[in-house]
Design a protein around this ligand. Sequence first.
Ligand code: GNR
Ligand code: NI
Length: 177
Amino acid sequence: MTKLDILHFPDKRLRTKAVDIDVIDDAIRLLIDNMFETMYDAPGIGLAATQVNFHKRLIVIDISEEKNEPLCLINPVITHQEGIEVMEEGCLSVPGFYGDVERAESITVKALDRQGEPFELTTDDLLAVCIQHEIDHLNGKLFVDYLSPMKRNRIRKKIGRMEKETAEQNTHRSSTL
Ligand code: GNR
Ligand code: NI
Protein backbone atom coordinates (compact mmCIF):
# COMPACT_ATOMS: atom_id res chain seq x y z
CA MET A 1 0.00 0.00 0.00
CA THR A 2 1.07 3.55 -0.59
CA LYS A 3 0.75 6.62 1.55
CA LEU A 4 -0.50 9.53 -0.52
CA ASP A 5 0.51 13.21 -0.28
CA ILE A 6 -2.13 15.50 1.19
CA LEU A 7 -2.63 18.92 -0.43
CA HIS A 8 -2.53 21.91 1.91
CA PHE A 9 -4.60 25.11 1.93
CA PRO A 10 -4.33 27.43 0.00
CA ASP A 11 -3.51 24.99 -2.83
CA LYS A 12 -5.89 25.79 -5.72
CA ARG A 13 -6.41 22.08 -6.46
CA LEU A 14 -8.41 21.84 -3.21
CA ARG A 15 -10.98 24.06 -4.97
CA THR A 16 -11.71 21.47 -7.69
CA LYS A 17 -15.26 20.11 -7.82
CA ALA A 18 -15.06 16.31 -7.92
CA VAL A 19 -17.13 14.32 -10.41
CA ASP A 20 -19.18 11.16 -9.78
CA ILE A 21 -17.49 7.77 -10.11
CA ASP A 22 -19.26 5.64 -12.72
CA VAL A 23 -17.22 2.42 -12.56
CA ILE A 24 -15.98 1.05 -9.23
CA ASP A 25 -13.10 -1.14 -10.36
CA ASP A 26 -9.92 -2.50 -8.77
CA ALA A 27 -8.09 0.77 -9.45
CA ILE A 28 -10.69 2.63 -7.37
CA ARG A 29 -10.51 -0.02 -4.64
CA LEU A 30 -6.71 0.35 -4.55
CA LEU A 31 -7.14 4.12 -4.19
CA ILE A 32 -9.62 3.50 -1.34
CA ASP A 33 -7.06 1.28 0.46
CA ASN A 34 -4.35 3.89 0.00
CA MET A 35 -6.65 6.64 1.25
CA PHE A 36 -7.41 4.62 4.40
CA GLU A 37 -3.68 4.08 4.96
CA THR A 38 -3.02 7.80 4.47
CA MET A 39 -5.86 8.76 6.83
CA TYR A 40 -4.84 6.32 9.60
CA ASP A 41 -1.21 7.36 9.30
CA ALA A 42 -1.94 11.12 9.44
CA PRO A 43 -3.84 10.47 11.78
CA GLY A 44 -7.28 11.75 10.85
CA ILE A 45 -10.90 10.63 11.12
CA GLY A 46 -11.75 11.29 7.47
CA LEU A 47 -10.21 11.94 4.07
CA ALA A 48 -11.73 13.08 0.78
CA ALA A 49 -10.21 12.11 -2.57
CA THR A 50 -9.84 15.83 -3.38
CA GLN A 51 -7.23 16.10 -0.60
CA VAL A 52 -4.99 13.57 -2.36
CA ASN A 53 -5.48 15.30 -5.72
CA PHE A 54 -7.96 12.77 -7.13
CA HIS A 55 -11.06 14.62 -8.22
CA LYS A 56 -13.76 11.96 -8.03
CA ARG A 57 -16.52 11.70 -5.42
CA LEU A 58 -15.03 9.36 -2.85
CA ILE A 59 -14.51 9.72 0.90
CA VAL A 60 -13.16 7.46 3.64
CA ILE A 61 -13.96 7.85 7.34
CA ASP A 62 -13.22 6.11 10.63
CA ILE A 63 -14.30 7.91 13.79
CA SER A 64 -13.85 4.85 16.07
CA GLU A 65 -11.33 4.89 18.95
CA GLU A 66 -9.88 1.56 17.88
CA LYS A 67 -9.60 2.60 14.24
CA ASN A 68 -11.44 -0.54 13.19
CA GLU A 69 -14.64 0.84 11.68
CA PRO A 70 -13.68 1.93 8.17
CA LEU A 71 -16.47 3.60 6.24
CA CYS A 72 -16.21 4.34 2.53
CA LEU A 73 -18.73 6.51 0.70
CA ILE A 74 -18.76 6.79 -3.07
CA ASN A 75 -20.91 9.47 -4.75
CA PRO A 76 -22.38 10.51 -1.37
CA VAL A 77 -25.55 12.63 -1.38
CA ILE A 78 -27.22 14.14 1.68
CA THR A 79 -30.92 13.44 1.29
CA HIS A 80 -32.14 14.85 4.59
CA GLN A 81 -30.79 17.14 7.27
CA GLU A 82 -32.10 18.47 10.55
CA GLY A 83 -31.06 20.84 13.30
CA ILE A 84 -27.95 22.96 13.74
CA GLU A 85 -24.82 22.15 15.69
CA VAL A 86 -21.51 23.94 16.20
CA MET A 87 -18.35 21.88 16.53
CA GLU A 88 -14.67 22.75 16.52
CA GLU A 89 -13.17 21.31 13.34
CA GLY A 90 -9.70 20.62 12.06
CA CYS A 91 -8.52 19.43 8.67
CA LEU A 92 -5.54 17.50 7.38
CA SER A 93 -5.32 20.08 4.59
CA VAL A 94 -5.12 22.92 7.15
CA PRO A 95 -2.62 21.39 9.59
CA GLY A 96 -2.46 22.86 13.10
CA PHE A 97 -5.55 25.07 12.87
CA TYR A 98 -9.02 24.68 14.35
CA GLY A 99 -12.24 26.62 14.18
CA ASP A 100 -15.92 26.45 15.06
CA VAL A 101 -18.21 25.49 12.20
CA GLU A 102 -22.01 25.40 12.17
CA ARG A 103 -23.50 22.40 10.37
CA ALA A 104 -26.62 20.26 10.31
CA GLU A 105 -26.98 18.25 13.51
CA SER A 106 -28.31 15.07 11.95
CA ILE A 107 -28.19 13.91 8.35
CA THR A 108 -29.25 11.08 6.10
CA VAL A 109 -26.75 10.28 3.37
CA LYS A 110 -27.00 7.82 0.52
CA ALA A 111 -23.88 6.48 -1.20
CA LEU A 112 -22.30 3.42 -2.81
CA ASP A 113 -19.94 1.13 -0.90
CA ARG A 114 -16.66 -0.27 -2.29
CA GLN A 115 -18.57 -3.04 -4.07
CA GLY A 116 -20.85 -0.50 -5.71
CA GLU A 117 -23.81 -1.44 -3.51
CA PRO A 118 -26.06 1.48 -2.57
CA PHE A 119 -26.67 2.14 1.12
CA GLU A 120 -28.22 4.80 3.30
CA LEU A 121 -27.07 6.06 6.68
CA THR A 122 -28.76 8.34 9.20
CA THR A 123 -26.43 9.74 11.82
CA ASP A 124 -25.56 12.68 14.06
CA ASP A 125 -22.72 14.01 16.24
CA LEU A 126 -19.14 13.63 15.03
CA LEU A 127 -19.96 11.25 12.16
CA ALA A 128 -22.53 13.69 10.74
CA VAL A 129 -20.05 16.56 11.04
CA CYS A 130 -17.30 14.50 9.43
CA ILE A 131 -19.47 13.43 6.46
CA GLN A 132 -20.48 17.06 5.84
CA HIS A 133 -16.84 18.17 6.12
CA GLU A 134 -15.75 15.53 3.57
CA ILE A 135 -18.58 16.26 1.12
CA ASP A 136 -17.53 19.93 1.32
CA HIS A 137 -14.04 18.84 0.17
CA LEU A 138 -15.59 17.12 -2.89
CA ASN A 139 -17.23 20.45 -3.70
CA GLY A 140 -13.98 22.39 -3.32
CA LYS A 141 -14.91 23.84 0.04
CA LEU A 142 -12.82 23.94 3.24
CA PHE A 143 -13.80 24.54 6.87
CA VAL A 144 -11.78 27.79 6.85
CA ASP A 145 -14.34 29.17 4.37
CA TYR A 146 -16.78 29.35 7.31
CA LEU A 147 -14.37 31.47 9.38
CA SER A 148 -13.99 35.25 9.13
CA PRO A 149 -11.80 36.50 6.24
CA MET A 150 -9.36 37.81 8.85
CA LYS A 151 -8.93 34.40 10.51
CA ARG A 152 -8.67 32.71 7.11
CA ASN A 153 -5.93 35.11 5.99
CA ARG A 154 -4.01 34.61 9.22
CA ILE A 155 -4.13 30.84 8.70
CA ARG A 156 -3.07 31.20 5.05
CA LYS A 157 -0.03 33.29 6.01
CA LYS A 158 1.02 30.99 8.85
CA ILE A 159 0.77 27.89 6.67
CA GLY A 160 2.68 29.72 3.92
CA ARG A 161 5.51 30.49 6.36
CA MET A 162 5.52 26.91 7.71
CA GLU A 163 5.74 25.40 4.21
CA LYS A 164 8.52 27.81 3.24
CA GLU A 165 10.50 26.69 6.32
CA THR A 166 9.93 23.02 5.51
CA ALA A 167 11.06 23.60 1.93
CA GLU A 168 14.23 25.31 3.17
CA GLN A 169 14.93 22.49 5.62
CA ASN A 170 14.51 19.96 2.82
CA THR A 171 16.88 21.90 0.57
CA HIS A 172 19.41 22.03 3.39
CA ARG A 173 19.05 18.32 4.09
CA SER A 174 19.55 17.31 0.47
CA SER A 175 22.62 19.56 0.13
CA THR A 176 24.25 18.14 3.28
CA LEU A 177 23.60 14.44 2.56
O1 GNR B 1 -9.19 14.39 11.22
C1 GNR B 1 -10.10 15.21 11.11
N1 GNR B 1 -10.76 15.62 12.22
C2 GNR B 1 -11.93 16.38 12.19
C3 GNR B 1 -12.36 16.95 13.38
C4 GNR B 1 -13.51 17.70 13.41
C5 GNR B 1 -14.25 17.88 12.26
C6 GNR B 1 -13.82 17.32 11.08
C7 GNR B 1 -12.68 16.57 11.04
S1 GNR B 1 -12.17 15.86 9.54
C8 GNR B 1 -10.44 15.76 9.78
C9 GNR B 1 -9.77 15.02 8.64
C10 GNR B 1 -9.95 15.79 7.37
O2 GNR B 1 -9.37 16.80 7.10
N2 GNR B 1 -10.85 15.35 6.53
O3 GNR B 1 -11.08 16.02 5.40
NI1 NI C 1 -10.60 18.08 5.83
